[in-house]
Design a protein around this ligand. Structure first.
Ligand SMILES: Cc1cc2nc3c(=O)[nH]c(=O)nc-3n(C[C@H](O)[C@H](O)[C@H](O)COP(=O)(O)O)c2cc1C
Length: 199
């Protein structure tokens, strides 16, 4: 199994980094191949340049695609399952990850496909795993959980993924051991969840 993790957090002191560690170990224990796009560590450029906008905005697919984007395309083509792991910042993913979608989902590849151009493969299973300060119940009550799911799963993952799910690891600011234990169980259960989609 080839697992690609698109990871977005600036600090190794973070709780999200601890979750990445548990996730990595869970997949390594399965003898799966794990590739991580660690967006901050890679210094991934999230802003679209005016040259890139020329290609995107006007669907000029004859213009070249930057090498850093082609590298991400190759990782996508390699992956059986893609996991986006990030903290919730202002009810969405951090801007750097948003920039990954802006630039990596290039026209002709992720949308607006043409017969003569490489087309993004359909990924069997996609997961958005986010840590959040607010508890899940509160995020659901104020309908932010639903809106995050709509944007991340219905739009960004969209039809490019056959099956998709969002896991919100909420309540992180409460510093509660039971909550953290529950998050660990949820991450360790991912291997079985992923396997279910490949049998
Ligand atoms: C800039 C910023 C914005 C945040 N916005 C939200 C938010 O909208 N909703 C929420 O539940 N938590 C929010 N939080 C809290 C984080 O989601 C929480 O700290 C998360 O679990 C990440 O922890 P970590 O940074 O230790 O990995 C925010 C934190 C920061 C730094």
């Amino acid at each position: 199994m080839n697992i690609l993790i698109i990871y977005c957090h600036p600090s190794e002191k973070s709780y999200t980094f601890q979750i990445l560690d548990i996730m990595k170990q869970t997949f390594i224990d399965q003898n799966w191949n794990v590739e991580i796009s660690d967006l901050y560590a890679m210094n991934f450029q999230s802003d679209m340049t005016s040259q890139e906008y020329e290609r995107e905005g006007f669907a000029k697919t004859d213009l070249p695609i930057s090498e850093d984007i082609l590298t991400e395309h190759r990782k996508i083509e390699w992956a059986d399952c893609i996991i986006f792991l990030y903290p919730v910042w202002w009810s969405d993913c951090p801007a750097k990850l948003k920039g990954w979608f802006d630039r990596v989902y290039s026209v002709g590849y992720a949308y607006g496909q043409k017969p003569d151009l490489p087309k993004m493969k359909t990924i069997k299973y996609g997961l958005a795993v986010c840590t959040a300060g607010h508890p899940n119940e509160f995020l659901e009550e104020i309908e932010i959980a639903q809106s995050m799911k709509t944007i991340m799963l219905d739009d960004r993952l969209g039809k490019r993924f056959e099956h998709k799910e969002m896991i919100i690891l909420g309540g992180t600011t409460l510093n509660n051991e039971d909550i953290r234990h529950d998050h660990k169980i949820k991450i360790e259960a991912l291997a079985a969840k992923i396997k279910m989609h490949f049998t």
